[in-house]
Design a protein. Structure first.
Length: 215
């Protein structure tokens, strides 16, 4: 079992004061509603229903935590040790969410970032057919302003565009990343076709374990 396949639901927080104690490395997933964030988490962890997507953009305002662990000991002494956490941030429903929902999202997610010194990176999931929509731009600026941790712009649903379009989208995103700031990575991905899973796992593992101790 890989580290990501060990993912298990830990808890949800609707308010900042409900967040679990910080400590182990955390990787947060953010994205415009319907960009495929929940599918990305499920494919990454090889679990079909670990993360759930709301059918109404902006409806579910919860921060969901999943723990990653590894086996320790043998026989009667066997157990599991938590290594890191994946954090599923509520989808940002830019078009359909009310001003109140947007304010609630900003308060909850902004509070999460402010309270998490253990946050090592943010994965921003975008739709390859419509990358850098207003909601995507807002998320990029939000996380760039709030934190200096790494960002991975995951261009999802790349199976739904041609190879020529993939190359064009990737080049444009890489150029944009260089202009935005350091420590920003870009990758094409397809949750439906499970393309790009291993590169994604490798990138996130390097964030969790930069010294390679878990290898």
């Amino acid at each position: 079992m890989s580290l990501f396949e060990s993912a298990r639901f830990l808890t949800s927080a609707a308010q900042v004061n409900q967040l679990p104690p910080a400590g182990l490395p955390e990787i947060a997933f953010a994205g415009r509603s319907n960009a495929g964030k929940s599918t990305t988490i499920n494919v990454l962890t090889r679990q079909g229903r670990l993360a759930f997507a709301s059918k109404t953009p902006g409806r579910t305002q919860l921060v969901n935590f999943f723990n990653l662990s590894r086996k320790t000991g043998e026989g009667k002494k066997a157990g599991r040790e938590d290594i890191a956490f994946l954090v599923d941030l509520p989808g940002y429903g830019y078009a359909k969410a009310s001003p109140q929902m947007r304010a609630s999202w900003t308060s909850l997610v902004g509070g999460y970032i402010a309270e998490r010194p253990s946050l090592v990176g943010v994965v921003i999931v975008m739709d390859a057919r419509r990358p850098f929509m207003p909601a995507d731009e807002w998320l990029i600026h939000f996380f760039s302003d709030k934190t200096h941790v790494r960002q991975l712009w995951l261009i999802n649903k790349c199976d739904q565009i041609s190879r020529a379009e993939r190359a064009k989208v990737l080049a444009a995103a890489q150029k944009r990343a260089r202009e935005t700031g350091p420590h920003i990575f870009v990758q094409l991905f397809s949750g439906l076709k499970k393309e790009g899973v291993e590169p994604l796992q490798e990138t996130l593992l390097s964030w969790i374990d930069p010294e390679g101790r878990l290898a």
